[in-house]
Design a protein around this ligand. Structure first.
Ligand SMILES: Cc1cc2nc3c(=O)[nH]c(=O)nc-3n(C[C@H](O)[C@H](O)[C@H](O)COP(=O)(O)O)c2cc1C
Length: 352
């Protein structure tokens, strides 16, 4: 068995297709994962937005629905040091919008936001034994990683550069997820923060495939069967698709976000750090236009979320996505109002 061929890669996971429904924190739970799995893909759950008790429920729901394999995904960012000066600068940058919407900055709730993989999550992995644990933003500390490995899970993590891919392979991951710059949502970048030098999927993928020996999963901009076939031809063992699932009835995407994805606006995306403090790709909206998509103003990930929350809520109440993260990859052409199983079938057409 060659663990890098798409057939063997899928066979090891007991899934029919070398297609992974991307974990999407805040946009899905087991409903999407079950629907994708029912059509032969690997269903994923976002541990960054589902707290351990919820994860337990949703992994169980996937098992009850007959999913053969489960991927649970976690973030591994370093928790931010609160920085009062940066927070004040961020609020100052947002002041005109607070005034426009009548938001009192004194009432902004604090809070840590997205939590990185830690003790509680490791215990949950040991308890639930997902077949795959995938990480974004690097890997957890060695002792935690060892617990994941000993649970029997395959360990995957995202690489946005060749250097990150080699770094991950040197730490023994079972697969590298090569994330091109066209991908929707957060970039998995963890070595260096320079976004302007990041490669597109079809430049990054063959170079990563040549640089590492483990299987490589291609992600970013893959939206149809031809894209899947092209990625496999370029050395991918599987593909991971996010944006194409955002308009499915099983996703938790808001009506405003769905409308943006279905509109001509979806053709214009940019990397922005405004919404969370880390670069992520989304449809260009008013906040990105007026502050510039990449800025020194927001505090470290994920603290930028807090000051934006009341603005986002007020704007959304008025039917506007001006202050919402409208995450999307550069190729939203695969996103349609169709069940997730149908999206998987379209992506997998032509694969036997
Ligand atoms: C709405 C959204 C949320 C995402 N959340 C996560 C996440 O929680 N963890 C993760 O590893 N990747 C996340 N991603 C990135 C995906 O794993 C994947 O790299 C990306 O969707 C691929 O590009 P595509 O959107 O063009 O298919 C997210 C992507 C989107 C669109």
């Amino acid at each position: 068995m060659d663990r890098r061929t798409p057939r063997d890669f899928a066979a090891r996971l007991d899934i029919a297709l070398p297609i992974i429904q991307a974990p999407m924190a805040g946009f899905q739970d087991s409903a999407l994962a079950i629907a994708a799995a029912s059509a032969g893909a690997l269903g994923s759950l976002p541990g960054a937005s589902l707290a351990p008790p919820q994860l337990r429920t949703h992994v169980q729901a996937m098992r009850d629905a007959g999913a053969r394999a489960v991927n649970v995904n976690f973030f591994c960012h370093a928790p931010p040091e609160p920085d009062a000066a940066r927070e004040a600068a961020w609020r100052e940058a947002l002041r005109p919008f607070f005034e426009e919407y009548g938001v009192d900055p004194a009432l902004i709730a604090g809070g840590p936001g997205r939590l990185p993989f830690g003790e509680e999550a490791a215990a949950l992995v040991e308890e639930l034994r997902p077949e795959v644990v995938s990480f974004h933003f690097g890997l957890p500390a060695p002792a935690l990683l060892e617990r994941v490995r000993r649970s029997g899970a395959q360990v995957w993590s995202s690489a946005t550069t060749l250097e990150e891919a080699r770094w991950l392979e040197a730490r023994g991951v079972d697969a590298v997820i090569a994330q091109g710059v066209e991908a929707g949502g957060h970039r998995g970048v963890f070595l260096g923060a320079e976004t302007s030098t990041q490669m597109g999927t079809f430049a990054l993928l063959p170079q990563v495939a040549a640089a590492v020996r483990c299987p490589v999963i291609a992600t970013g901009g893959i939206a149809d069967a031809a894209g899947v076939a092209a990625a496999l031809r370029l050395g991918a063992s599987a593909v991971q698709v996010g944006t194409a699932f955002l308009r499915t009835p099983e996703a938790l995407t808001s009506a405003i976000h769905r409308a943006a994805l279905a509109s001509p606006a979806a053709a214009v995306t940019a990397l922005t750090n405004l919404f969370t403090g880390r670069p992520a790709r989304g449809i260009v909206n008013r906040l990105m236009r007026e502050l510039g998509p990449l800025s020194d103003a927001p505090p470290a990930f994920p603290l930028a979320v807090n000051a934006l929350a009341p603005l986002r809520a007020a704007a959304e109440k008025a039917g506007s996505g001006d202050f919402s993260p409208l995450w999307s990859g550069q190729n939203a052409s695969g996103a349609r109002d169709a069940p997730a199983a149908e999206i998987v079938r379209l992506l997998g057409a032509g694969l036997d």
